[in-house]
Design a protein around this ligand. Sequence first.
Ligand code: ARG
Length: 468
Amino acid sequence: MSQSPEPATPSSIWGGRFASGPAAVMQEINASIGFDKRLYRQDIAGSKAHCAMLAASGIISEADANAITSGLDAILWEIENGSFPFRVAYEDIHMNVEVRLKEMIGEPAGRLHTARSRNDQVATDFRLWVRDALDSADIGLAGLQAALLAQAEAHAGTVMPGFTHLQTAQPVTFGHHMLAYVEMFGRDRSRLKDARARMNECPLGAAALAGTSFPIDRFQTAAALGFDGPTRNSLDSVSDRDFALEAMSGLSIVGIHLSRIAEELVIWTSAPFGFVRLPDSFSTGSSIMPQKRNPDAAELCRAKAGRLIADLNALLIVMKGLPLAYSKDMQDDKEPTFDAFDTLGLCLAAMTGMISELTVNAERCKAAAGQAFSTATDIADWLVRVLGMPFRDAHHVTGAVVKAAEAQGCDLAALPLEAMQAIEPRITADVYTVLTVEASAASRVSYGGTAPEQVRRQCAEARQRFAL
Ligand code: ARG
């Protein structure tokens, strides 16, 4: 889109009291059109709602309102067809649209800004944009949940090691592990939904800061733009950017969740693990090592959590200590917010692609699940259940059994019964039934546990709960 500079004459919009135009550097630091052109759809929708309300309230004539509305539609068409002249001299999207409207329809264009200011205009546009972006993020998150759920269903019975401290802890199922992320992204969705509900109030009509002397109907414009109602304090209306902060904190938490699963993909696809293989379409090669398959997309998802947090931080710092009402500092709200939503959209798409197309090496997972005495807890549980031992004593006895297996260089299932009985004479051969990784996982049937039957139940519930 073209951005032709205009001569440095006073602004035709606000230059009434100015003798000269802005210095080039002033224009450069001041203009936001380079990025806030992304608000064009919201800006035009806001203007159309405002215009209809001005006419309905008798503040402008029907004829002027019709001219303004058709002009705005023509501008929308121009922007979407790439022929709209974006001009830095007119600073931002609001003035670019208004100046163009004047060029198109003449005098009535000047009536559109009655009972409004760029301060309530930008607050409205930006809210509308963030609201739409939250809706897109929700769709992206639901898509990722669906991909995770499909893997969970396919691998409800695939045993893998569960870790704490990244040390082998107990066998779990791959499906159970996928469902952990379905829960996380489900909470993320509900956080974004909360933020959306809280932000859905319309600042339009707050004007510059104090409201207006015109008999406007703020309920009408709020309803026309899909808000639950108008905001209640005009100073707050033009000063509030909580909605963007809240959305970006939600996005940062999504980013953290994405970085955790990304990290696991990096680990799982590494040769020593080999639990998972990413398809060629989500792997990259090395320019020097022909055998390499690098999980770059996962690494980048891991990295971009940092960027999401930085975007949130940038706006938190912009807002800190700002006196009421509007300050131009707040123009710097948009770039980090746009960046955060763009970044998240890309990461969600990449992660959804990786999760949908990864293949699980069930043999490798199962072999790893049996390493490092991962069924030791099952012995302790057997001692409690069958011999009636207190768990603390059972833990102690099992520790000695693990020590014996370690000394003999075998795993628990291969330790002879006599060796176990030397530690606790009441142990019988029945104990071996709990020592396979499958039996271990299958025994954990408590609600939300890792047993395949639980995982299948949780998959079915998740399908309903998240409407996937
Ligand atoms: N481009 C400005 C922004 O994004 C619009 C509001 C300008 N208001 C003003 N009083 N100069 O914040």
